[in-house]
Unconditional design. Structure first.
Length: 305
């Protein structure tokens, strides 16, 4: 009997929901999935109905992690943007080593280095090192800002006010972006494909757009006037706290917005080109931002017909 692939964050959370997309993709291929979830609810029940084995647990509870990993062939590790990443990494690395796992795909952020601009990115770098030391066949997906995160951010003001209110600087600010679904597709290719070169990092960028282009896309797809209103970092933090963002996420995103404003990214810079990996490993051209927005017209404030 084929051993299942353990998919963490399988129910989907606030970010790109890559664990949920990946579970569905693997199941559609006939690959057995063990879905690691924090809570049994309608999301996990949907995965169970699709054929996934559901395991409830906690990233920070080593015993539940060991139970989840035992008997699996590979792991997809996607830890939410909250405190505890390094503890969770150590627990998963230990459990994977004990279980004889030979393939692990680790989701981190585009910039992962000791001098990266946010505390989360610097922790990502340490997480990569721990998985390398564990000798469990780790490879790393370095994904940029998810389309889904942009949608979540603009939902705070766009439907009611017709405004994108964020601390992103002027309209010429450029952001590298990617769809969570495309990230999951690459993960599926790495986990269920052929030989995996361990220790490899795969940067994933699906589009590089200016803020002006992003706002214009919302206006085009939603069929309404959309304007950009720059707000301060302090004002954004107040909004984030009111919407129950955890302190770790607020600090990470605040640092990220400052870094993006000061980076002056050139969309022609090869470092921010669309990643060929999305097609060579993921098997499809990346989803465009316009296509993504069209899929979510209703929740983003499109006028009712």
């Amino acid at each position: 009997m084929t051993k299942p692939i353990l998919v963490t964050s399988a129910a989907g959370g606030r970010q790109g929901k890559t664990g949920r997309h990946l579970s569905e993709m693997l199941l559609a291929r006939g690959v057995p999935v063990r879905a690691f979830v924090h809570t049994i609810d309608e999301r996990s029940e949907r995965l169970h109905a699709l054929g996934a084995e559901i395991v409830q647990g906690d990233f920070l509870d080593i015993r539940s992690v060991q139970r989840a990993v035992q008997g699996t062939s590979a792991i997809y590790f996607a830890y939410p943007v909250q405190d505890g990443l390094l503890d969770a990494t150590a627990a998963m690395a230990l459990a994977g080593r004990e279980a004889g796992v030979s393939r692990l795909v680790n989701l981190v952020m585009l910039q992962s280095s000791p001098d990266a601009p946010t505390p989360r990115m610097r922790q990502n770098y340490l997480s990569e090192q721990v998985f390398e030391w564990a000798g469990i066949g780790a490879a790393h997906i370095r994904a940029t800002i998810f389309y889904e995160n942009v949608a979540a951010l603009v939902r705070q003001s766009l439907p009611a006010q017709g405004a994108v209110r964020l601390p992103w600087g002027g309209e010429n600010t450029v952001l590298p972006l990617v769809a969570g679904e495309d990230v999951a597709r690459v993960a599926a290719g790495l986990l269920a494909g052929g030989e995996l070169k361990t220790g490899t990092a795969y940067p994933l960028i699906g589009a590089t757009l200016s803020l002006k282009e992003i706002v214009a896309t919302f206006a085009l797809v939603l069929g309404r006037d959309v304007r950009y209103e720059e707000i301060s970092d302090d004002e954004w933090r107040q909004v984030a706290r009111a919407r129950d963002y955890n302190p770790h996420a607020i600090e990470h995103l605040s640092s990220l917005w400052r870094a993006i404003r000061s980076a002056a990214i050139d969309p022609k810079d090869p470092r921010y080109a669309v990643s060929s990996t999305l097609e060579t490993i993921g098997g499809a051209a990346p989803k465009t931002f316009e296509a993504f927005v069209r899929e979510r017209r209703g929740e983003l404030g499109a006028p009712k017909a």
